[in-house]
Design a protein around this ligand. Structure first.
Ligand code: BTN
Length: 263
């Protein structure tokens, strides 16, 4: 992790539950700022929220388009879990977002392994969890949440058309971002408590109930391999199990899932 200067927030605005909100107009990436703060502060439940990101980061080294109108934030946590369990934090966040969107707007939502929230089968939110490890345990985790809220779809490059959407596009009006952020953090806190109490299994079941791709034929790509089979289950730590065409159950820890359309 290279060190960078921590910019002054416009406002250490307020707290939502126990979460202290640091508000910025523009940052490179809220995840990067959060990591810098985490390295220096020793605290947790700090939220770095920015109007825009000039270098928003997606999974697997991709860029995340982060114009004004979106909800871009990162949460610093210090859970007592192993690095292998870090996926649980991603599920906590995607489930918190999915439930909040469903409750506030009544939209049909789905989650997709490992980090997507979909509305009408198109991506509306992605999560990027990054961790720092000390003596085999997570020292801190930064859970970055990006939601296409009040965004026009024209900002996305053509290769993403038909694959991504925004709340404004789906609903036909601009949403109140602050109310949605609050609702997400409320859900998130609820999940975090469960995780700390060792009740991850409840969250896992909840996430699975929103995972429409489970049971479907999928193609999973990681850097140099493609696996085809049926999305079977999530294992104890959140890895995806697929049942290959030869019947073997294969555990996937990193990859992109594509649901195969029925012929
Ligand atoms: C993905 O789906 O590839 C993950 C996208 C995560 C984007 C969010 S926006 C807030 C936070 N800061 C970043 O640089 N990335 C995450």
């Amino acid at each position: 992790m290279s060190s960078q200067r921590i910019p002054e927030p416009v406002d250490i605005q307020h707290t939502i539950l126990d979460y202290k909100i640091y508000y910025y107009d523009n940052v490179s990436s809220t995840n990067d700022i959060a990591k810098e703060i985490a390295k220096k502060s020793g605290e947790e439940k700090i939220v770095i929220l920015a109007e825009t990101q000039t270098y928003g980061k997606g999974r697997l080294g991709r860029r995340w388009i982060s114009p004004k109108g979106g909800i871009w934030f990162s949460v610093i946590l210090r859970p007592r879990i192993t690095p292998k369990e870090a996926l649980k934090l991603t599920f906590m966040a995607s489930s918190a977002v999915a439930k909040a969107i469903k409750k506030m707007f009544g939209l049909k939502i789905e989650v997709k392994w490992p980090n997507d929230v979909l509305v009408n089968s198109k991506k509306i939110c992605g999560i990027l969890t990054e961790t720092s490890v000390k003596e085999d345990l997570i020292d801190f985790a930064v859970v970055g949440v990006g939601i296409n809220a009040n965004i026009n779809l024209e900002v996305f490059p053509s290769h993403l058309w038909g694959k991504v959407t925004s709340l404004k596009h789906e609903l036909g009006y601009r949403i109140r971002r602050r109310a949605l952020t609050r609702s997400i953090l409320q859900n998130f806190e609820h999940h975090y408590k469960r995780l700390q109490q060792g009740r991850w299994n409840i969250l896992r079941q909840e996430w699975k109930s929103m995972a429409a791709f489970l049971g479907e034929q999928v193609e999973v790509t990681n850097s140099n391999e493609v696996f085809v089979g049926k999305a079977w289950d999530l294992d104890e730590d959140g890895a995806l199990i697929i049942r290959l065409e030869n019947g073997i159950l294969k555990k996937i820890v990193v990859g992109d899932v594509m649901v195969r359309k029925h012929p």
